[in-house]
Design a binder for this molecule. Structure first.
Ligand code: BES
Ligand code: MN
Ligand code: ZN
Length: 432
């Protein structure tokens, strides 16, 4: 070991941040993530990050927040399903400090506190996403929601079972769960951090705990990744957890329709026509376009909260992965101001989005000869026609849709839930 003069530490890790001119929030996060994942592989117990000087090009509070988030992200491991014998070498790292001097001490403290809350939400979302479909069922999700409510006095959780959903005439959502032995759940979070009469912002996430496609069965390769089809719902769980932990002083509603989509003798068949809670009828031409079928009833249900705005989050279309890859979530909506606010929150949280248009020309692709609409719009513009479908159920409020099919998890050697778009959602909820 070589002592570095003037430093009271025995080891120094040097971190390359690339060319200063190219340094941004994302490069900083990438570097810190890899540093953190190196650290948890060692027996080091305490590490101090001193990056403010090197990253002085960035806003000091943003750089501090990015560093906190990236340390959490890089040190994440998912080992819930490994036996003690095989793995679970305890991570030695138990304390991380940050050297920062920019802005006031109070502001730095708040930045760290909020970043830690977001990190905790991201971690929750990643854990739920990474759990396999046989463990993370709709009932499991409902229980996790109830557990969270027990820990936070201002959080109320309600779970609707299939009987209750039948009474509410959620014929579209229930048509999907009919093909599964696992009963569907509609999970509702109400965070009462604001004044009693204040209208909430609502977030609604697709909680499809396993998507085999139904009778329109998916091909076998990589089908395991469809355990991640509840990541939109999991991002609602994560955002709610972050909101609880930072004690946000605003009202927030979260809604997660949870179901499986499997082939079965009682499953939806191509050509079936169902009636949604809104009263509109839907011809199901492809049972694999099930996300929109569960979301439409959840969105209609959300009307009762008289929300200021509604954002839905869903791993909705493979077409979105083709269009935007894994770097940006697809953004659509019916209100330009809301869209601008989401773009701003996305920039501020380095959780990127890219907007797609919802023109009426696309909407017409959903016209059906037999029902009010069909659930698919043909080969062209699959992400947009999925957005147009949801738009038919969101006319009563300001609404935006995030297609996170490409961003919610990574494949291959890096296979893991990403926790996106929790940072974006929390930023939006804080700012609005
Ligand atoms: N959950 C899938 C979308 C998906 C596929 C997300 C691959 C990420 C990776 C969704 O339920 C689905 O199957 N969508 C269909 C729609 C089609 C039938 C119009 C799709 O994208 O193929
Ligand atoms: Mn599907
Ligand atoms: Zn799906």
């Amino acid at each position: 070991l070589v002592k570095v003069p003037g430093l009271g530490t025995s080891r120094v890790m040097l971190l390359g941040l690339g060319k200063e001119a190219d340094l941004d929030s994302l490069t900083l996060q990438k570097a810190v993530k890899s540093a953190a994942s190196q650290l948890v592989g060692t027996d080091i117990k305490h590490a101090t990050f001193a990056l403010e000087d090197a990253a002085k090009k960035l806003d000091p509070l943003a750089a501090l927040r990015d560093t906190v988030l990236a340390v959490s992200y890089g040190s994440y491991r998912f080992e819930h399903c490994k036996t003690v014998a095989k793995a679970k070498k305890k991570i030695a790292l138990n304390k991380v400090s940050f050297v920062a001097e920019g802005k006031s001490a109070a502001k730095r403290k708040t930045a760290v506190k909020n970043a830690a809350a977001v990190a905790s939400g991201v971690e929750f979302t990643r854990d739920l996403g990474n759990l396999p479909g046989n463990i993370c069922t709709p009932t499991y999700l409902a229980n996790e929601a109830k557990k969270l409510a027990k820990e936070h006095a201002k959080l109320k959780v309600t779970v609707l079972d299939e009987k209750k959903m039948k009474e509410l005439k959620m014929g579209s959502l229930l048509s999907v769960s009919r093909g599964s032995r696992q009963p569907a759940k509609l999970i509702i979070f109400e965070w009462k951090g604001g004044k009693a009469g204040d209208k909430p912002n609502a977030i609604v996430g697709k909680g499809l705990t396993f998507d085999a496609g139904g009778i329109s069965l998916k091909p076998a390769p990589a089908m395991d990744e469809m355990k991640y089809d509840m990541c939109g719902g999991a991002s609602v769980f994560g955002a709610m957890k972050a909101v609880c932990e930072m004690g946000l002083n605003k009202n927030v509603v979260g809604v997660v329709p949870a179901s499986e989509n499997l082939p079965d003798g009682d499953a939806n068949k191509p050509g079936d026509i169902v009636t949604s809670m809104s009263g509109q009828t839907i011809e199901i031409l492809n049972t694999d376009a099930e996300g929109r079928l569960i979301l439409c009833d959840a969105l209609t249900y959300t009307e009762r909260f008289k929300p200021k705005t509604v954002i839905d989050i869903a791993t909705l279309t493979g077409a979105c992965v083709v269009a935007l890859g894994s770097h940006a979530s697809g953004l659509m909506g019916n209100d330009d101001k809301l869209i601008e606010k989401i773009k701003k929150a996305a920039d501020d949280s380095s959780d990127r989005v890219w907007q797609l248009p919802l023109w009426s020309d696309y909407d017409r692709q959903l016209d059906s000869p037999f029902a009010d609409m069909q659930n698919i719009g043909g080969k062209e513009a699959g992400s947009i026609t999925a957005g147009c479908f949801l738009a038919r159920f969101t006319r009563k409020f300001k609404w935006a849709h995030l297609d996170v099919a490409g961003t919610a998890w990574g494949s291959g050697a890096e296979k893991s839930a990403s926790g996106r778009p929790v940072p974006l959602l929390v930023q939006y909820l804080m700012d609005n």
